[in-house]
Design a protein around this ligand. Sequence first.
Ligand SMILES: Nc1ncnc2c1ncn2[C@@H]1O[C@H](COP(=O)(O)OP(=O)(O)O)[C@@H](O)[C@H]1O
Ligand SMILES: [Mg+2]
Length: 323
Amino acid sequence: MKPDRTERRHADAGGPPAVDPMGFFDPGPPRFGSITDVNERLAGAGYLADEGMSSVVYLADRLVKPVLVEGPAGTGKTELAKSVARITGSRLVRLQCYEGLDESKALYEWNYSKQLLRIQAEQVLEENRGWEEIEEDIFGEGFLLARPLLEAIRSVEPVVLLVDEVDRVELETEALLLEVLSEYQVSIPELGTIRATSLPMVFLTSNNTRELSEALKRRCLYLHLDYPSIERERAIVLARVPGISHELADQVARIVRSLRSMELKKHPSVSETLDWARTLVLLGVDSIDAEQAGATLNILLKYRSDIERASKELAGTAGPDRS
Ligand SMILES: Nc1ncnc2c1ncn2[C@@H]1O[C@H](COP(=O)(O)OP(=O)(O)O)[C@@H](O)[C@H]1O
Ligand SMILES: [Mg+2]
């Protein structure tokens, strides 16, 4: 039996986080003072959240629970996790999910080429060590390639773990995630169990292309992110588009909102709103009329049929006097 170096390393670092008999993790010192504090700090980083969003972030920290953020593309799911990392001074560790993502890309893998080189060097140098000794050497930390989940778990500095677009992975990979997220530990047969020394904040995002397992949902706090209200979208535009006037930001938010009420194949997302607003500023537009809106619709809408339908409707309603 090999000595368990990992357990020892963590004992040195003060041991794993405390878990009470009911299975709840000790949250440690709070990252935020209150829900309002979350909201204000996010706003300071250019991310405009509503109260519901800020309270989920606040609770996630206090309850030590991952947040599952679900909603249409481009509504600020990924950006929320990035912004939380920024305002808490944490390193963002991102696991981008895709179909076929497996353990070796999510958790860890052994660095085979380095292991082979080590074995060859062994022969060249005629070190004559026994296999047991060599094995212990090449299955040590120096030969381990940590992938995002393991990296987040064993990080000593504070981490925000972003598991992005989790609905893209297969069910088996989802189960693997669940294991890590419910125990905050990773077991490596050759090395032992690696436990988190500081508990990361975890955000999982989903575009809802498939239902996630009940077990994963149960483990998480749920946040549905829909398109923002007109007021919040105007504020986002003002925060993110340098040089835009209040009037133009307001018009942009209103027109985008009206497009979202139309029956289209794909409604414009917040990122498209921002692209559109930047375009209008670049073109020197102070106030949008139907013609300018029509000419730049391709920034907001990506289907020809949507553009045609929207142009027709806007021609009937958009104009500089419209409020
Ligand atoms: N609440 C918000 N405050 C500020 N910017 C936002 C907000 N929501 C979305 N954005 C902007 O929209 C862009 C797209 O958001 P993103 O997080 O990539 O969407 P999703 O992950 O939901 O597809 C971001 O880069 C950001 O600039
Ligand atoms: Mg995203």
